[in-house]
Write a protein that binds this ligand. Sequence first.
Ligand code: CUA
Length: 339
Amino acid sequence: MWQSLPLWPDRASSLSNHVDALYIFLIAITGFFTVMIFLLIFIFALRYRRSRNPLATQIEGSHVLEATWSLLPLGVFVIMFVWGAFIYMLEARPPAASMEIFVVGKQWMWKLQHPEGVREINQLHVPVGRDIRLALISQDVIHSFFIPAFRIKQDVLPGRYTTIWFRATKPGRYHLFCAEYCGTLHSGMIGEVVAMEPAAYQGWLAGGAAEGTLASVGQKLFQQLGCATCHRFDTQGRGPNLVGLYGKPQLLDNGQTITADDNYIRESILNPGAKVVSGFRPIMPTFQGIVDEEQLLALLSYIKSLSVSEQREAVDSRAASPSHVPAAPSAQQSAAPRQ
Ligand code: CUA
């Protein structure tokens, strides 16, 4: 019934029904109590009007009544909390085999980066039926990535990757908004998500700019910036070997163990002294101001690929012939939108 209401946005992701069910529950509960309160006001005003009830009756209290009006709402609120927490956990944890797309927010546009190397601005093409994990970061202030039809919204912060995921269920074009006031042109920081059938998506992807995969751009940068002189893959260099690093626990020189995730790798490039791996000296220079957010994503993608292709040895074959990788363009030049 409510599907036909124009007030309700499209339901186009696997999360939509979960969010809507909870939302309908909340509306039903608040609607029920709103109506009940107004009805009771009306009934009591009639029933206890002065002509019928000239003297107020003193009531000393009722434990049953007090317990009821405390425990009943508590039960309802616990249901709301547990249900909401369930959906939150569902949205916060991307399925393991998700495809990863990077999102960079800046005043006032969205830059989207596919692992295959295709870049988009204010437009995101995705295949239907595929779990997609977004890693989001801002180049300046706080933005918020909001796709109403998918029922996902995630703050995009400077200096830290955040994550959200979705699985589009219906081909179509959907609104993409910035949902956090971020300056003069905040209202213009909009775009669209194009959900396509997998075959059509592959076709679209094949027609994209061929500047190499994001990981290969990162590999090129890794050489250019001289990372490879210390982070060697053949012998032990002055820095840790990065093959197989991503997602694994790392022992630090302060005895602490952390997981080598997106944020750890980002921090280690920009502020290498913050978490030094056990057995190494803090000799790495900072790359703050040298690499921008998009180059960081390329480096991150490359370091990740070193773990994924550990078994496939794909990296070795690519490393042997880096000549097919075109020069890594500067972020500004290469960020042209494509249709
Ligand atoms: Cu970006 Cu509002």
